[in-house]
Ligand binder design. Structure first.
Ligand code: ADP
Ligand code: MG
Length: 735
């Protein structure tokens, strides 16, 4: 990726949490992570390697050790980003690391405790304090959304039916980039309101999961804040800037064991790390700079973060580490991942006057309501003036009338008008010269006029309420939110920010110096003797040799890891193939081909969703024409009824729940009368043969148990022989 003027790299900071009680008591003493805060370096010791092996050193934009405060991380690494968002840039902060290393602690923290508030609650304070301290010609609109990605499904955490709601779809538009369709977005007017939004989402996340830690280590949570700001430009028109902030708490980066799982669990296992491995691939592709294809479309997460990685956004990545020796491999992987992300170049730019700015819509709507309202009030005011008898005499100073005065006069007009109508009604009632009918008519008319007046007033009140509700959503710089911090506190904040700024720039200078030192050390050295030169060169050689060894070890490590992840992928592939073969087996053997074809014909691929989907059985537009009509039920009956039932009803019998309704169960008791009887008649002369054959005789008298009641009835067997035997048996019995 070419570096251009406006490009800047992703900022990567690393944070290591303290050893927890369990690790302190069970594992070997001491952590494996050392940090040089001044230089922004992490030094990692391999607990299994001999002491002679060099330690691994990584350099980042900033590092935070176990003693670091939430506030330090915020002021130094996050504050500048939020300032950019307030100026109209897109910004993303994501926490990456193994489960239990402090991602959620860093992003959320214990938000009730001012010392432990994480990035998200601190950014709320920051945004609303900024608005309260900005100039009054600025108008702001702040919106928040909260979603999670679990098993490659996007779920809205602010939806009241979170658990049962359908997964949301991702859409892409040229104006907005990738966005989530139908995502709830709440307009927030204060810190309290936005905290409420966060709480609702957190609860939904907790409720959706039986085991919170299990769930959270497999789901990605995204808190989205959109800050729109309108300000008059030099051209006199109002310009809108839109800053979008993504606050991302990623799933745990540790490898989920995939061995020996089947069915749903296997599908889950295959999806769990899909987003994370896709994120890794995207980062690798971007950091590499050579690959032309960046696989953003491989997962939901990477699509949503497309702008944040290599696009129009400023991005901070917080990689979290645990210091325990038993997690050395994971810690090293996290550090490598973070190290790679440093090389990603983004092209942030201010989003000026985008088409989809909601603030513009709000402003237009407010202006429309306001125009309607003032039109109404002017009408009332003019009427009042006419009533007062002033007519248009005061035309001259109309324009100088303030809005408040118009409103007051309009209200007065309504009051006066009501009083006048009341008076007139009273006069009509007391008038003795009027006929009763006439009186009634006049009173009715006045009544109607009063009704109209009241309706008019109600409509105005409704309009006013709507207008006020709409207007209250917009925050005006320094007006809606009152900043309660006093001057001293403000000064303190400023000083703290200055210090953070200074620390940051100092570290940058230190890092640059370190690099330059290594490059120029050779140039500065002049040698007085050969011996000295040999010594210096040997020293340098040794240093370079050590470096070479380090890099060789690194290559080996990377190779090992590559092999490991390949093996895992192969294993997953094998398991999925087995599962697939099993499914095929079932389809081929147990599903009739015509049914299979029916299903296959209904399948279509949705490129937007990257999924196969079923088409509805009947195309939506021709639903009414093509749908088979349900048989109509008889008048007055809920269900369609059979012919039998209809006859039964006509005869007054019970028509339902009778087997006769379906089957004819009358027994046919007439003896079988088949053509073979004739044949046996023909066989009559051949008598002796039948008599002697005793087995045939036996068979002939055997009774069928199934449906013959009378022992004498001759039955079931339709064989010619038996029937012939029966026939011949009769004369024998007579003998
Ligand atoms: P993750 O979200 O990465 O799975 P958590 O944020 O839930 O991890 O952290 C696990 C535990 O470690 C929590 O009890 C948290 O309070 C604690 N913890 C994490 N980071 C820190 C830190 N920097 N200082 C103190 N405690 C921490
Ligand atoms: Mg977590």
């Amino acid at each position: 990726m070419s570096k251009n003027k406006s490009s800047e790299s992703v900022k990567v900071v690393v944070r290591c949490r303290p050893l927890n009680r369990k690790e302190e008591s069970s594992g070997p003493p001491g952590g494996i992570v050392q940090m040089d805060l001044r230089l922004g370096q992490v030094i990692l010791r391999n607990p299994r390697a001999p002491a002679s092996e060099p330690q691994k050193t990584f350099t980042f934009d900033a590092v935070y050790d176990a003693n670091s405060k939430q506030r330090d991380l915020y002021d130094e690494s996050v504050r500048p980003l939020i300032d950019s968002v307030l100026a109209g840039f897109n910004g993303t902060i994501f926490a990456y690391g193994q489960t239990g290393t402090g991602k959620t602690y860093t992003m959320q923290g214990a938000w009730m405790d001012p010392e432990k508030r994480g990035v998200i609650p601190n950014s709320f304070d920051h945004i609303f304090t900024h608005i309260s301290r900005s100039q009054s010609d600025k108008q702001y609109l702040v919106r928040a959304s909260y979603l999670e990605i679990y098993l490659e499904e996007v779920r809205d955490l602010l939806d009241p039916n979170h658990g049962s709601a359908r997964a949301l779809e991702l859409r892409e538009s040229p104006d907005r980039g990738v966005y989530v369709r139908d995502l709830t977005s709440c307009v927030c007017k204060s810190i309290k309101e936005i905290e409420e939004v966060m709480n609702v989402g957190n609860q939904a996340r907790a409720v959706g999961a039986t085991d919170m830690n299990e769930h959270s280590s497999r789901s990605h949570a995204l808190f989205l804040i959109t800050v729109e700001c309108s300000q008059p430009g030099p051209d006199g028109r109002k310009h809108i800037r839109v800053g979008r902030l993504n606050l991302v708490d990623l799933a745990g980066s540790e490898r989920q064991a995939k061995t020996g799982v089947q069915g749903e669990r296997l599908k889950e296992a295959a999806k769990i790390n899909l987003s994370l491995s896709a994120l890794g691939n995207v980062i690798s592709a971007l950091a590499d700079g050579r690959s032309s294809h960046v696989p953003y479309r491989d997962s939901k997460l990477t699509r949503l973060l497309q702008d944040s990685l290599g696009g129009n956004a400023k991005t901070v990545m917080v990689a979290t580490l645990g210091p325990a020796p038993q997690h050395y491999d994971e810690t090293l992987t996290t550090l490598r991942y973070a190290n790679r992300a440093k090389n990603i170049q983004n092209q942030p730019r201010v989003n000026e006057d985008p088409k989809d700015a909601l603030l513009r819509e709000f402003q237009n709507e407010i202006a429309r309501l306001r125009a309607q309202l003032s039109c109404r009030k002017w009408r009332s005011k003019q009427k009042k003036e006419q009533v007062d008898g002033e007519g248009w005499e005061r035309n001259g100073d109309e324009e100088t009338d303030g809005e408040e005065e118009v409103e007051k006069e309009a209200e007065e007009y309504v009051k006066l008008e009501e009083q006048r109508l009341e008076r007139e009604k009273e006069a009509i009632r007391e008038d003795q010269f009027l006929l009763a009918e006439e009186k009634q008519r006049l009173l009715g008319e006045k009544e109607r006029m009063m009704g109209d007046l009241r309706k008019e007033q109600e409509a105005t009140e409704q309009l006013t309420a709507k207008y006020k509700a709409m207007e209250s959503k917009l925050l005006v710089g320094g007006k809606n939110i009152i900043d309660h911090t006093n001057e001293q506190q403000k000064m303190l904040e400023m000083k703290r920010q200055e210090i953070a700024e200074q620390t940051r720039s100092e570290r940058e200078i230190q890092q640059q110096m370190l690099v330059r030192d290594e490059e120029t050390v050779e140039l500065r050295e002049t040698f007085t003797s050969l011996q000295q030169e040999v010594e210096a060169k040997t020293k340098k050689l040794k240093k370079l040799y050590a470096k070479l060894q380090c890099i060789k070890a690194e290559i080996q490590d990377v190779n090992d890891e590559h092999v490991r992840s390949r093996q895992e992928l192969e294993q997953t592939q094998n398991e999925l193939t087995r599962e697939l073969k099993f499914k095929y087996l079932i389809i081929e053997n147990f599903i009739p081909p015509e049914e299979k074809n029916k299903i296959m014909n209904r399948l279509t691929f949705d490129p937007e969703e990257d999924q196969w989907k079923f088409q509805p059985l009947v195309p939506a537009e021709s639903k009414s024409s093509q749908m088979k009509k349900r048989p109509a039920s008889a008048v007055g009956y809920k269900r369609p009824i059979s012919q039998y039932a209809r006859v039964a009803i006509a005869m007054g019998a019970h028509s339902r729940y009778r087997a006769e309704n379906i089957m004819f169960l009358e027994l046919d008791m007439t003896p079988p009368n088949t053509a073979s009887l004739d044949r046996s008649a023909e066989a009559e002369p051949n008598q002796s043969h039948s008599v002697d054959s005793s087995p045939t005789k036996d068979r002939g008298v055997r009774k069928s148990q199934s449906w013959c009641q009378t022992p004498k009835s001759i039955t079931s067997s339709s064989s010619n022989v038996s029937l012939a035997a029966c026939h011949t048996a009769t004369p024998m019995a007579a003998q």
